[in-house]
Design a binder for this molecule. Structure first.
Ligand code: IMP
Ligand code: MG
Length: 175
């Protein structure tokens, strides 16, 4: 059975916003290169779209951490499933996230990555749910602030499904 999904952010609106943020990042990193850290799996779609719109030199690395089970609420447990391939020392690092919810995942990641001595470390997210914050994190680039609803699409999953939707939507409860 398939769930009914209400569109929250249509594809065009998401793409326009990513273009705008890509231009802003390109200006902010003028004369430098930017090392994007894509947090698997959710951020893959956003990271690819963003990378294509950045005009300074880009390198990419991937990391996988777990903070959620297969449901819709936080387990509170964050662990590294796959670490980065490259060292961060001396690099201008930009973490690319799909969504910041409680902030637990990011505050943990930022602490680990700081210890690897990047030249700068910033954070970019497609979505932010500021109402849900438990841990304070400084977010440098936010595409959209969204209300406290569980969203899917554009990389975000519900029990690993719906990552491939080209828009951001909310699963409607069964009538
Ligand atoms: P945090 O540690 O609570 O900030 O959670 C961040 C992670 O939780 C994200 O990278 C997502 O994988 C997941 N997550 C949080 N909210 C949502 C949502 O609305 N839809 C899908 N995944 C979510
Ligand atoms: Mg997830």
């Amino acid at each position: 059975m398939s769930d009914k999904i209400r569109v929250l952010l249509p594809e065009e609106q998401v793409n326009d916003k990513i273009q705008e943020i890509g231009e802003q990042i390109s200006r902010d990193y003028q004369g430098k290169s930017v090392h994007l850290i894509c947090v698997l799996k959710g951020s893959v779609f956003f990271a690819c779209e963003l990378a294509k719109r950045i005009t300074v030199p880009v390198t990419l690395d991937f990391m996988s951490v777990s903070s959620y089970g297969d449901g819709t609420s936080s387990s509170g447990v964050v662990k590294i499933i796959k670490d980065l391939d490259e060292p961060l020392e001396g690099k201008d690092v930009l973490i690319v996230e799909d969504i910041i919810d409680s902030g637990r995942t990011l505050s943990y990641l930022i602490e680990i990555l700081k210890q690897r001595h990047p030249s700068t470390l910033r954070l970019c997210t497609l979505l932010d749910k500021p109402e849900r914050r438990v841990k304070d994190v400084k977010v440098d680039y936010v595409c959209f602030n969204i209300p406290d609803e569980f969203v899917v699409g554009y990389g975000l999953d519900y029990a690993q499904k719906y990552r491939n939707l080209p828009y951001v939507g909310v699963i409607e409860p069964e009538a």
